[in-house]
Design a binder for this molecule. Structure first.
Ligand code: EPU
Length: 444
C-alpha cells in the first residue's frame, strides 16, 4: 500500500488549477443512463471514485471511453442489465446514484445497499421514500434494493430528514422524476451546487426542472431525454482545501477556476480567521500570511459551511491562537480526524457532537492514519505545517476524491513523496502454552 511522507514547515507559493467537482461528476455520470443518445462530459476529475462509478456503468451495459481532450463519452449499448453488484457498490457509497436513473429508464433496478462508513450512520431511507412516492415498488432482500415500476407517476414529496436535506437522495429522486408521468414537487430538496449542476445537465438533455438551488423543485416529466454535451462545475471542496493550505502554512497562493460563487460561507469563515482572498477574472489569490484568529462554526447543508471542509478547517484551527468550537450538523460523528491530529500535538476535546480546539504554537510530525477522504486531506494540511516528517497511511481515501493532491501541493512548493509502505518485521511472541515459567515461580 502507498503512503505519503510529508516534510513540514515549507512555505507555499505559485498557481494551481482546481479540478472538476467529484460530487457533481458522480450523479451526472449516473444520470447518463437516462439518455437515449451518446453523452459527452467534460471537466470530469481523474479520481478513483470516478473510475469506480465508470465500472458500475459498464457493468450496466454502457460503453465509456475518453479522448485526448480529457472528455468522457458515454453510450448505452445494452439496456437489459438492471443490477449494480455488491462487489462494485461496496467500494463507493455514491454508486447508489444509479438507483433512480436505472428505475426510471429500465423499469427495474437492483442495487446493492451501500455499507457502513467512517463518517457516521448513512441511511438511504429518504431516497427510498421519494422513489416509493413516485410509485415504485421497493423491497430490500439479501442486501439489495429491488425497485420496480412500469411507469413512474409524478407526486408531491417531502425529502427533509433529521439532519436536513439529502444530496444524493435529491439527485436520485430528481433523476427518476424527469421521466415520470406528470408533475413532481419536491420540498426540502438539497440546494448544493452539485445538485444544481445535475439539474442543469438533465435540463440540457431535455428535462424540465424548475427551482434548482432552492428547496422547492418542480419537475414536469418528459417522454425521453436526448444525448448531449456538458461540462461539470469546479470543485468547491478542493478549492477550500487549497485555501486552507495557504492559511495553515502562512503563504500566498493563486487558484485558477475556484468556484467562489459556491463558497460564500467558506470565504466568510476564512475571512474571520484572517485570510485575505481576492480575485481577478479567473484567478483567486489567497493570502494567508497575516495573523490568524480562532473561529466557531457549525457545518450545515448548503449554503452553510460544508461538512466536507470541517476536518480541513479543524487542522488549521489546531495551530491558530485561541479556542475554536466546531460542530457538524450534517454528520455529527464526523470527527475521526481529531484523534489523529491529537497525535500530532493538537489539543482537541470532544464534547458530544462538538470539538473544542485549543490552538497550539506548532504541530509535530508523526505517523498517522487517514480514516476517510476529507480526514486524509486534513492530515496532509496538518503535515504541511508540522515540524519534521509526517507519514500518512491509508491514503487510498485521498485518491478517491482528490486529483493527486500531493502533485498540486508540490507544484506550490510542498515536499510530499508518495512511497510504498514497507511492512515492518514484528517479532513473534512464543505461544502462551509454550511460554516457560521459571520452576521456582510455579504454583505448587
Ligand atoms: N440522511 C438520512 N437519510 C437518507 C439520506 C441521508 O437520514 O436517506 C442523512 C445522513 O445520514 C446525513 C444527512 O442526511 O446525516 C445528509 O446526508 P446526504 O444524503 O446529504 O449525504 P450523501 O448524499 O450521502 C453527499 C456527498 C458527501 C457529503 C454529503 C453532505 C456525494 C457523492 N457525497 O453525501 O460527500 O458529505 O453529501 O454534503 O455527493 C465527500 O465528498 O467526502 C462526501 C462524504
Amino acid at each position: 500500500m502507498e503512503m505519503l511522507v510529508v516534510k513540514g514547515e515549507r512555505p507555499l507559493s505559485g498557481r494551481v488549477a482546481i479540478s472538476g467537482a467529484k460530487n457533481a461528476a458522480l450523479p451526472i455520470m449516473a444520470a447518463t443512463l437516462l439518455a437515449d443518445g451518446p453523452v459527452t462530459l467534460r471537466n470530469i476529475p481523474q479520481l478513483v471514485d470516478v473510475a469506480t462509478l465508470a465500472r458500475v456503468l459498464v457493468s450496466l451495459g454502457m460503453n465509456i471511453h475518453g479522448d485526448t481532450s480529457g472528455a468522457l463519452h458515454f453510450e448505452t449499448v445494452d439496456d437489459s442489465q438492471q443490477t449494480a453488484d455488491y462487489e462494485l457498490v461496496r467500494r463507493m457509497r455514491a454508486s447508489i446514484c444509479v438507483l433512480g436513473p436505472l428505475l426510471a429508464k429500465r423499469k427495474r433496478a437492483c442495487v446493492s445497499l451501500p455499507g457502513g462508513c467512517n463518517i457516521g450512520h448513512r441511511p438511504i431511507d429518504l431516497h427510498l421514500k421519494g422513489l416509493r412516492a413516485l410509485g415504485a415498488d421497493i423491497s430490500i432482500e439479501n442486501g439489495y434494493v429491488h425497485a420496480a415500476a412500469d411507469r413512474l407517476v409524478g407526486a408531491d414529496i417531502y425529502l427533509g430528514g433529521a439532519f436536513g436535506s439529502t444530496v444524493t437522495g435529491t439527485c436520485n429522486v430528481m433523476s427518476a422524476a424527469v421521466l415520470a408521468e406528470g408533475t413532481t414537487h419536491i420540498e426540502a430538496a438539497a440546494c448544493e451546487p452539485e445538485v444544481i449542476d445535475l439539474g442543469n445537465f438533465l435540463n440540457s438533455l431535455g428535462a424540465n426542472i424548475v427551482g434548482l438551488g432552492t428547496p422547492f423543485l418542480t419537475i414536469e416529466g418528459v417522454e425521453s431525454l436526448s444525448g448531449g454535451n456538458y461540462s461539470v462545475i469546479s470543485d468547491r471542496i478542493e478549492a477550500a482545501t487549497l485555501m486552507i493550505a495557504a492559511g495553515i502554512t502562512g503563504s500566498e497562493i493563486q487558484l485558477e477556476n475556484a468556484p467562489l460563487s459556491h463558497m460564500t460561507a467558506v470565504l466568510e469563515v476564512l475571512d474571520q480567521v484572517g485570510l485575505k482572498i481576492s480575485s481577478t477574472a479567473n484567478v483567486t489569490t489567497v493570502d494567508g500570511r497575516g495573523d490568524r484568529s480562532a473561529v466557531d462554526f457549525v457545518a450545515r447543508p448548503y449554503p452553510g459551511i460544508p461538512t466536507d471542509v470541517q476536518a480541513q478547517m479543524m487542522s488549521m484551527m489546531s495551530v491558530t491562537p485561541g479556542k475554536s468550537v466546531i460542530a457538524d450538523a450534517v454528520f455529527p460523528d464526523r470527527f475521526m480526524h481529531a484523534s489523529e491530529l491529537t497525535r500530532m500535538g493538537a489539543q482537541i476535546r470532544r464534547e458530544g457532537s462538538t470539538a473544542v480546539v485549543q490552538g497550539v504554537p506548532r504541530l509535530s510530525g508523526a505517523n498517522v492514519m487517514a480514516s476517510d477522504l476529507r480526514a486524509s486531506a486534513a492530515l496532509v494540511l496538518a503535515a504541511l505545517a508540522a515540524e519534521g516528517k509526517t507519514v500518512i497511511r491509508r491514503i487510498y481515501h485521498l485518491d478517491r476524491g482528490y486529483e493527486r493532491l500531493e502533485n498540486k501541493l508540490n507544484a506550490l512548493g510542498a515536499k510530499i513523496q508518495r512511497v510504498e509502505d514497507q511492512p515492518v518485521e514484528i517479532p513473534s511472541v512464543p505461544s502462551l502454552s509454550k511460554a516457560s515459567t521459571p520452576r521456582s515461580n510455579r504454583a505448587a
